[in-house]
Design a protein around this ligand. Sequence first.
Ligand code: CU
Length: 151
Amino acid sequence: MRHAKLLAAGIVLSGAAFCTAALAADAAAPDVLHPKAPPGAKVSFDGLKDGATVGPEFTVTFLAEKIAVAPSTDSKPNTGHHHLLIDVKDPPAAGVPIPNDDTHKHYGKGQTTDTLHLSPGDHTLQLEFANAAHVPFEPRIESKKITVHVK
Ligand SMILES: [Cu+2]
C-alpha cells in the first residue's frame, strides 16, 4: 500500500514537471527544450495544395508568419527554422530535437525553399518549425499535413 502511494506521488510529480526525460537539461536551460510559440505563429506551404500532382522533381517554398526564420546558429527567442517531414506518421515529440534523417529535413541555414526528388506515388508533407536546438515550439508551429501525388 505504502509503495503504491509513493508511486502515485511520483506520477503526480512527473506530471507537474511535464517532461521527465529532459528534466536535468531542462533545469539548466528551460527555454531551449520548451520554447514558447509566439501568439499567432504559423507556417505553411506557399501555393502547394493538398492533393496536388507534381513531377518527380519539384520546388517547395515555406512561409512563416509571426515568427522569424533564422539559422540554427541564432538562438534568439521567437526565431527558428523550418523542418520538412516527409511521410512521417507521428509528429516529433515535444522537448527533444527533431530527428535528422531522410524523412525529417532541417533547413538550419534559414532556407525557405527546397527542391525535392520523390519517388512516384503519394507522399505526405508537413512543416514543423523548431528553435535553434531543433526542438518544436509549444504549442506546435506546424502546417497542415498535405498529400502530393508524384508522377
Ligand atoms: Cu533543425
